[in-house]
Design a protein around this ligand. Sequence first.
Ligand SMILES: NC(=O)c1ccc[n+]([C@@H]2O[C@H](COP(=O)([O-])OP(=O)(O)OC[C@H]3O[C@@H](n4cnc5c(N)ncnc54)[C@H](OP(=O)(O)O)[C@@H]3O)[C@@H](O)[C@H]2O)c1
Length: 334
Amino acid sequence: MNNGMKSEVVVITGASAGVGRATAQAFARQGAMVGLIARGREGLEGARKDVESLGGKGLALPADVARYDEVESAAAAVEKEFGPIDIWVNNAMTTVFSPFREIKPEEYKRATEVTYLGAVYGTMAALKNMLPRNQGCIVQVGSALAYRSIPLQAPYCGAKHAIRGFTDSLRSELLHDQSGIHLTMVHMPALNTPQFNWCKTRLPRHPKPVPPIFQPEVAAEAIVWAAHHRRREVYVGRSTVKAIWGNKVAPGILDRYLAATGYDAQQTREPVSADRPSNLFEPLPGDPGAHGIFDAEAADRSIQFWETSHRPWTALAGVGLAAMACFAYWKRIR
Ligand SMILES: NC(=O)c1ccc[n+]([C@@H]2O[C@H](COP(=O)([O-])OP(=O)(O)OC[C@H]3O[C@@H](n4cnc5c(N)ncnc54)[C@H](OP(=O)(O)O)[C@@H]3O)[C@@H](O)[C@H]2O)c1
């Protein structure tokens, strides 16, 4: 609930599966009214049912985020049904797992249009509604790979870097205009979602997220938190922090480390066919739900995220530990 006054109106792109699906569930638990954007009707219907069963209201909005007109119409439908949009989450993605040299130009274009331009168009549609009211929050779902690119994921890494680039530009414009609209980006670690089952691949073995892997609910909790706090960016997972800072300090060493480890780390032992059905151009049938196939390996919480979202407690614990260390040292030298 919004300050205990009214239910928040939230729009999530890519709401039928993975992180978007878990985020819709998390907002629904707070009683939100959630506009659910994706293409696959069965997944959208599943998401709508989740939201309703968890105490929220859901509106399924079949749309392709690579088409601005469809995103704009979806936003208008949400405002008509639920009222002014408070929070907009740009989450939809697709990619091609492949060595760059094997990707076809039309595949690269499509992955970029969905993952990068989808976030740009979502932001445009959100601002169209939020600017006249001078309030609202836009959350970009980012990744450690928005800072540190890895092999076999050029379209995705390029798109995630691009989202960060345009977001920083827009943030400065909003600050220049003294806008009341908040723009934030939440950088995620590897997550157990359906993307590894249905994104286009040319790898010989089944794609997988680079461990450590977290459940999509960890990402959802961070997105909901970021939508209600005024942080510029939020990092989720110690692996994300390490990738971002490691790349600032020693990018060349990481290039070589990833060249040596990045191929194996992104594939299971199972062979996969290059012509398996993919969601690159069209949605796949069925309701994918939030989780992928890595439940057994995935952590359901991040201590690092708890620390970053509870800074006063983390600082207090740090001071306490430092005091104990000083006391132990003083006792030893005495
Ligand atoms: N999984 C990870 O390891 C990981 C790590 C870091 C960050 N992230 C971020 O988390 C976010 C979600 O990723 P995910 O892993 O949850 O992906 P996912 O499981 O593949 O889900 C993608 C969602 O986007 C929708 N979508 C795909 N193409 C679309 C299009 N053209 N128009 C509208 N919707 C479209 C899909 O539904 P339809 O196909 O039915 O349209 C689905 O709802 C992304 O921003 C990603 O960068 C993920």
